[in-house]
Design a protein around this ligand. Structure first.
Ligand SMILES: [Zn+2]
Length: 118
């Protein structure tokens, strides 16, 4: 199970521009593909500083769909604590260049303020 498996499921944009989140995405993909081996990824992107993982499944069983949604939410929560660049522990920041990002101290721009301090 790897990045190439993830890309083969992506039906639109095959971009994974957040190297620090690749482990989170890989884990999420592994769990979802165990529940539905044929599921598809519509889009993986960042919004308000955290991961968004949009997928499609033809599985109709409610409990399975619910479990898939739960794994996606877990991945989104994990991404809010993981630097999108390097994968180290990070936090949500705000800076001049961007509205919100998840970065570690090393990858955060010098003008960044953490959201807790606002
Ligand atoms: Zn970092």
């Amino acid at each position: 199970m790897s990045i190439s498996d993830i890309k083969s499921r992506m039906i639109n944009d095959k971009n994974l521009p957040y190297p620090g989140w690749n482990d989170i995405i890989t884990r999420c993909n592994r769990k979802l593909s165990m529940l539905d081996p044929d599921y598809k990824i519509l889009q993986i992107k960042e919004k308000f500083g955290t991961l968004r993982y949009y997928y499609h499944t033809d599985v109709k069983t409610f409990s399975i769909r619910e479990a898939m949604d739960r794994y996606v939410r877990q991945a989104e929560i994990e991404s809010s604590k993981t630097c999108e660049f390097c994968g180290k522990e990070g936090k949500l920041i705000k800076c001049k260049m961007a509205w919100m990002k998840t970065r570690c101290d090393d990858c955060a721009p010098s003008d960044a303020v953490t959201l807790e301090s606002l």
